[in-house]
Design a protein around this ligand. Structure first.
Ligand SMILES: Nc1ncnc2c1ncn2[C@@H]1O[C@H](COP(=O)(O)OP(=O)(O)O)[C@@H](O)[C@H]1O
Ligand SMILES: [Mg+2]
Length: 1008
């Protein structure tokens, strides 16, 4: 806790308790916004965690993060779900009690994600054995299965849970997870047959069609295309960008095998899923009597096969109803509308009950079986996770929304009871001064819904169960009569002029704590038409529709009452456990990351009661414990209470805290509990206790009492001395630093010695990270003046070492290449266009695609060929072009035509050469040879190196004189034009035209 009080995040405060103006909603919102914009989505109000949905993946759920939070005091690290999870776990382990984490917030606020993250946290951080791995895997994998069958895309959330879930994780005395149990609440069955625009049916339908293999679909009589199924396309968004049905299908299939589903179970399960789809495609038409008949028999045949029910009985059940007439059952035909209604009712019922079956099946696989393997019958403790659908206001709110919102009212009440009210009442009970804080208690709304005989549910029950036709309007009239004067209930008839317009004749409106919701009373009554299913051959259906249910002559419970009762027992379960709270907030309606909608959030802050909660926390005490527990834990800190205190616990605690020196403002003593105001007080006590435990472990018993008496004072004294020592040391260091800085320019002396050393050290350490990495990198860190010489030396050493490293890395072939490139550079650098671009192109030993003709090899007497390239040779007189090869050996150059040597030039006879921007000529004693070649830099370099005459090459501009045999001279002119060409001009000169910047096809003239 101390950590949280001292350490503030970079942005805002990490515990609202630390806000300066803790009563201002604006300050609250500002803090939330600031943090949200920095991706700090979690903030505490004391021990309650407020979470804002980031709508993007954050890097805060890694295993490293989990390890970080594991076993650390709650307030020592920034707020996180893991801290809540870890705290509940540790308290459970140390106090052997049960806990639950209540995650609440409206649809899309991040509840389900939070519960999954908590589960993952336990899976990763709790100790486990190999035997228990399977429990862990099943706990984790039950989620994707439940989500596939119980979640759907809604307008608010692409993966909205359409059922409430309470999951217990069971731990043994070692803190190992040994089992689990799931309770599910009211799956939204109406979704099976109807979806609003932009929403989908439950994921599993799409997953099956998208991912199921061909044989399976064939067996189920399904087509892959969801557009073919009436139950899947009403929302007009069967495909959703953010959902990968195919992938999810694979996960679900894998999960089935881990959580113990047999092939038969899976077969039956998908038989039911497929039947629902087939049911949706059944169409009815009127016969001549106005009775409904099924239009096309295909679907019904599939259903009869998959559910294992008799075709004709099924057909009859869908188009008739049984009525009792004078103790006889008579079949009465339905009209088309009622037949559609019956069809949808069957679809909803089989899906809903199958979901319950699924949950039970999963529970079977999660059940703690360790006891069977070992003789372990020790006590188990549990941590429950409650992820229940959030408060919902839709355009049309049906019975299901009514249940959802009622559930949220109940949970809100639970929160109020367990925190706000409990807090105040406790202070009162304990006789501690307390300034009461007003809060809105929503009990009044809960009563309106659930009160016996007078509540809405009771009225609904009466209407459903009384003999005769119940209609929607009779229900509404009854409501008006019984609860019409309630401040939170309005109908059109009861409303004032202004509100009347917004309420339909069949609607009633409740003023919930979270806002107003108008419910449609139509369709609240369910139809019973399922006898036929009791005889199904599909095992799951048979389990779900028990014959005994039909025999039951008692008045059956309505769905509303069932829901109410299950809620009551949930609340009972929760009341018996230690709570932790996560309040989720939805930042905007568009699922957009980073968008903080002030209006929307302010509303949630209000109805989640966060401001009240903050005010209570601020006014209250951080920690409280029963005297007995407190004394039990800390009695070793006082000789009077150690090892046994024989008087009343309260007096023992008083002695104890007097001994350890609590100041009056740090605590209050209640009737049964001690209240500690500041977390730091508690932590100091806890630290002393840890220290003492350590001592007790080491010291022989006779010395123990003496040690105990002085220990607390000793502990505080030691802490203070340590602190003072640290401060003196810091002052000395700072003083030295300033002195050194002032005298830094002086020659080395005691005043600046350490400063200079520090500067040197820093420079060298920094240099270590910034030394050049390769020979071409010329950068070097600027040294402080005192290190200039050293830096220069170091730079030289560094360059030398890099060069040496580089040289060592050069292969023999590369070395030859580089040597040739050096020669080429000496000849052409800065003289010939295109040279720079050619540097990167490696020189080759041959430019021929084939080998040199063997005859030529014979003719040169086996001399080793060092280089060969195709060239064009120009006659000296007519300048006719001829294809030739230029072959270079160690001693001579040969101009070769096919298998004939046309000319041999001994390097010794070579006189010199000249060249232009695009050509070269070599002079030998008996006239010049004019050649054109493609790789001029390479050819000339090779030539020069072999002849060892590179200084004879001249690169010339414009024109070049050459000798034509017997003393006559010719001129070669170089020009620039569109097309490269070589021709004899009218004036008899050899004209070489090159295009602009052409570097590839060079013309070169050698003269000999
Ligand atoms: N902590 C989180 N990090 C990233 N995304 C989240 C987080 N919490 C929620 N979301 C996003 O919000 C969506 C809705 O969250 P969900 O838990 O399903 O809402 P709820 O259960 O409250 O209706 C999720 O599908 C996910 O995309
Ligand atoms: Mg959810």
């Amino acid at each position: 806790m101390e950590g949280a009080l001292i350490a503030r995040d970079r942005v805002g405060v990490q515990d609202f308790v630390l806000l300066d103006s803790h009563t201002s909603e604006t300050a609250f919102l500002n803090n939330l916004r600031k943090r949200y914009q920095e991706n700090l989505i979690y903030t505490y109000i004391g021990t309650l965690l407020v979470s804002v949905n980031p709508y993007k993946e954050l890097d805060i759920y890694t295993v490293t993060q989990m390890q970080l939070y594991r076993g650390v005091n709650f307030f020592e690290l920034p707020p996180h779900l893991y801290a809540i999870a870890d705290n509940a776990y540790r308290v459970m382990c140390s106090e052997y009690n049960n806990h639950f984490i209540l995650i609440s917030g409206e649809s899309g606020a991040g509840k389900t994600e939070a519960s999954k993250k908590i589960l993952q946290y336990y899976a990763v951080t709790c100790p486990t054995t190999e035997q228990l791995q399977i429990v862990r895997d099943r706990l984790l994998l039950s989620n994707p299965v439940l989500e596939a069958f119980g979640n759907a895309k809604t307008l608010r959330n692409d993966n909205s849970s359409r059922f409430g879930k309470y999951m217990d994780i069971q731990f043994d005395f070692k803190g190992e997870p040994v089992g689990g149990h799931i309770l599910s609440y009211l799956i939204e069955k109406s979704r099976v047959v109807h979806q609003n625009h932009g929403e989908r049916n439950f994921h599993i339908f799409y997953q099956l069609l998208e991912g199921g293999d061909k044989d399976l679909l064939c067996w189920l009589g399904l087509e892959r295309n969801p557009q073919k199924y009436a139950y899947l396309i009403q929302g007009r968004c069967a495909k959703v960008f953010s959902i990968n049905d195919k992938n999810d299908w694979k996960i679900v299939r894998k999960a089935f095998s881990i959580i113990d589903f047999s092939e038969k179970d899976i077969e039956h399960l998908f038989g039911i899923v497929a039947s629902v789809l087939h049911l949706g495609n059944i169409q009815f038409e009127e016969d001549s009597n106005g009775h409904a008949i099924i239009r096309d028999g295909t679907q019904i045949k599939w259903i009869s096969k998959l559910l294992g029910v008799h075709l004709s009985i099924l057909q009859e059940a869908l188009t008739h109803r049984k009525i009792e007439a004078r103790s006889e059952e008579v079949l009465s035909p339905l009209n088309v509308d009622l037949a559609f209604y019956a069809r949808d009712a069957v679809a909803k019922a089989i899906y809903g009950r199958t979901f319950t079956w699924l949950v039970n099946k999963i529970n079977g696989s999660l059940a703690n079986k360790v006891g069977f393997f070992s003789s372990d019958s020790t006590r188990k403790t549990v941590i429950g996770l409650l992820d229940i659908y959030g408060f919902e206001v839709l355009d049309t709110n049906s019975f299901e929304q009514f249940c959802i919102n009622y559930c949220n009212e109940k949970l809100q009440q639970l929160l109020i009871e367990m925190t706000l009210k409990a807090e105040q009442e406790e202070y009162e009970l304990e006789g501690i001064e307390w300034e009461p804080i007003p809060y809105f208690n929503n009990k009044i709304i809960c009563d309106l819904v659930e009160q016996k005989h007078k509540g809405i549910i009771s009225i609904l029950d009466e209407e459903c169960l009384r003999p005769g036709e119940a209609t929607d309007l009779s229900f509404l009239e009854k409501l008006e009569e019984k609860v019409g004067d309630h401040a939170h209930f309005v109908t059109r008839k009861l409303a004032d002029q202004k509100t009347r317009k917004s309420i339909d004749w069949v609607d009633f409106r409740l003023l919930h704590y979270a806002g107003e919701v108008t419910y449609c009373a139509v369709g609240s009554f369910s139809l019973t038409l399922f006898q036929v299913l009791c005889n199904s051959k599909n095992g799951i259906i048979r389990d779900c529709f028990l014959l005994s249910e039909l025999d039951n002559r008692r008045r059956p419970e309505t769905v509303a009452t069932q829901f109410k009762n299950s809620l009551m027992s949930l609340i009972e379960i929760l009341m018996s456990k230690e709570p932790s709270y996560v309040r989720c907030i939805k930042p905007n309606e568009n699922k957009e990351p980073g968008k903080f909608d002030d209006y929307l959030i302010r509303h949630q802050v209000k109805y989640l009661g966060l401001m009240e909660h903050l005010r209570v926390r601020r006014a209250g005490f951080a920690y409280r414990r029963k005297y007995e527990l407190f004394l039990q834990r800390y009695k070793s800190l006082c000789p009077a209470t150690w090892p046994h205190w024989h008087g009343p616990a309260a007096e023992g605690v008083e002695r104890l805290i007097k001994h350890i020196g609590y100041k009056p403002e740090e605590y209050k003593l209640g009737r049964t509990k001690i209240f500690i105001r500041f977390p730091k007080t508690l932590f100091a006590t806890e630290d002393a206790f840890e220290f003492r435990k350590h001592l007790l472990g080491m010291v022989p018993v006779p010395f123990m009492y003496r040690l105990i008496s002085g220990a607390w004072a000793c502990w505080r004294g030691a802490l203070a001395r340590k602190e003072a020592k640290k401060r003196t040391w810091a002052v000395q260091i700072i003083r030295k630093f300033i002195n050194g800085f002032i005298n830094r320019k002086k020659p080395l002396c005691p005043e600046n010695m350490e400063f200079v050393q520090l500067v040197q050290y820093n420079y060298l350490m920094k240099l270590r990270d910034h030394v050049p990495k390769n020979v071409l990198d010329k950068s070097w860190l600027q040294p402080p003046s005192i290190l200039e010489e050293t830096s220069e030396l170091l730079q030289k050493i560094c360059i030398r070492s890099l060069v040496r490293k580089y040289c060592r890395g050069v292969t023999a072939e590369r070395k030859v290449q580089l040597q040739q490139k050096v020669v080429a550079s000496a000849i052409f650098r800065g003289k010939k266009e295109g040279y720079l671009q050619s540097i990167n192109q490696p020189f080759m030993d041959t430019r021929l695609k084939n080998d040199v003709n063997p005859k030529v090899l014979q003719l040169i007497h086996g001399e080793k060929i060092k280089y060969v390239t195709p060239v064009i040779k120009y006659d000296r007189n007519g300048f006719k072009a001829r294809d030739r090869l230029l072959v270079l050996t160690q001693s001579s150059a040969y101009v070769v035509e096919m298998a004939k040597i046309k000319q041999k030039i001994d390097y010794a006879t070579l006189k010199g050469n000249g060249g232009s921007q695009c050509g070269t000529s070599l002079s030998a004693s008996d006239g010049d040879v004019i050649l054109q070649c493609e790789h001029i830099f390479e050819t000339v370099t090779k030539f020069c190196m072999l002849a060892n005459k590179q200084n004879l090459v001249k690169v010339v501009q414009g024109s070049l004189q050459f000798r034509i045999g017997s003393g006559k001279e010719g001129t070669m002119v170089f020009t620039v034009g569109q097309e490269p060409q070589v021709f004899k001009a009218k004036n008899g000169q050899l004209t070489v035209v090159r295009p602009h910047l052409n570097t590839g096809n060079m013309t070169c003239a050698f003269s000999f």
